[in-house]
Design a protein around this ligand. Structure first.
Ligand code: UDP
Length: 328
């Protein structure tokens, strides 16, 4: 009898994907990591490469996905995930969550594997309901700069439910809210690496808009625990996983200034188009069905994340993003 569970994780070299690889390796699984390395970085999984229980495929899941042997679980975490990335690679962003999800659902079907897909709080768009519950349908601009991500993720949910309903595939959908922690890409434009990077380089912290918009930040270990529990549950509907501790971006900048001890000030820049005004997960459902809630508060999570960013070399710290994106 087969003892070891075999797990395919797409986006394995990314921030969340690499932490998931760690978790499934720790659970004694055989992990197959897949990534096209457009936004991911092999450095995030370097420590796994020597392990017998880990293998890596350099592949774009928007193209046909072939994996030899049996699979028990598939976790689809491949996607650009920051507003700057969507602007640079909009078509790849659309393809990975639409064509990529279709390919992976097909793979799950033939392998009789359970598949969990990474959806997002962005399916709620600029929400008019606060906090956001899974039953809220959202307020998304399909043709705005975020539309390529938001609509692809909404399609991802739709096709995942269709495969569940029509083909009986075992599916799970996690709606991930803002998450942070070690291995976030320093220059991906997201607010936490932006602020910490600026503090470490001795630059002013850039607040977009007046800073009154809110976000709710979840530490990566809490998120991974929620995802693991969802995969092991029998619930096929979408589930919010995030930390409800909400904060304005202005107050968040103050927290980073205190944490890093920087002498710099904040400066105000224009608010990006369609930037959501508020975001906070309602996690009643996750508490009920997964018996899950976050354990690590922002003070502790930020301390751990700052410790990671401080280990980066000054070369990495000053590197601008010079990624040459291939034809979309
Ligand atoms: N933001 C900011 N300064 C920055 C980067 C981001 O004020 O240097 C703001 C951004 O406009 C948004 C919030 O921080 O309101 C969170 O942005 P992020 O890109 O991290 O994620 P989002 O939740 O918008 O997808």
């Amino acid at each position: 009898m087969k003892s070891k569970k075999r797990v395919l994780i797409t986006g394995a070299a990314g921030f969340l994907g690499s932490h998931l690889c760690d978790r499934f390796i720790a659970e004694g699984c055989h992990v197959i990591g897949m990534d096209n390395l457009i936004t991911g970085d092999l450095k995030n999984i370097e420590h796994l490469m020597k392990l017998e229980n880990f293998e890596f495929y350099h592949h774009d899941v928007s193209k046909f996905v072939f994996v030899p042997g049996e699979l028990d679980y598939i976790l689809h975490f491949a996607s650009p995930a920051s507003p700057i990335d969507y602007l640079k690679i909009p078509i790849q962003t659309l393809k990975v969550s639409s064509l990529g999800t279709h390919n992976l659902l097909g793979l799950a079907r033939v392998k009789k594997a359970r598949i969990l897909v990474a959806s997002t709080s962005e399916v709620y768009g600029d929400p008019t309901v606060h906090p956001q519950k899974e039953s809220y349908w959202g307020n998304v601009n399909p043709i705005g700069p975020r539309g390529v991500y938001d609509e692809a993720k909404r399609f991802m949910e739709a096709i995942t439910m269709a495969y569940h309903t029509y083909h009986g595939v075992e599916t799970r959908i996690v709606r991930i809210f803002n998450t942070y922690g070690p291995r976030m890409r320093l220059n991906d434009g997201r607010v936490l690496p932006a602020f910490i990077g600026q503090a470490l380089r001795g630059e002013d912290l850039t607040i977009f808009g007046d800073g009154s918009q809110t976000r709710s930040f979840c530490y990566v270990d809490d998120l991974v625990e929620g995802i693991y529990r969802l995969l092991m549950s029998d619930y096929a509907g979408p589930v919010n996983v995030g930390n409800p501790q909400e904060i304005t971006i202005k107050d968040f900048a103050e927290e980073i200034i205190k944490l890093t001890g920087t002498k710099q000030k904040v400066v105000y820049h224009e608010l990006p188009v369609d930037d959501p005004k508020q975001r906070q997960p309602d996690i009643t459902l996750a508490k009920e069905i997964l018996k899950w809630e976050p354990k690590i508060d922002r003070a502790e999570g930020l301390k751990r994340t700052y410790a990671y960013f401080k280990t980066l070399s000054s070369e990495e710290l000053n590197k601008k993003e010079h990624r040459e994106f291939t034809k979309q």
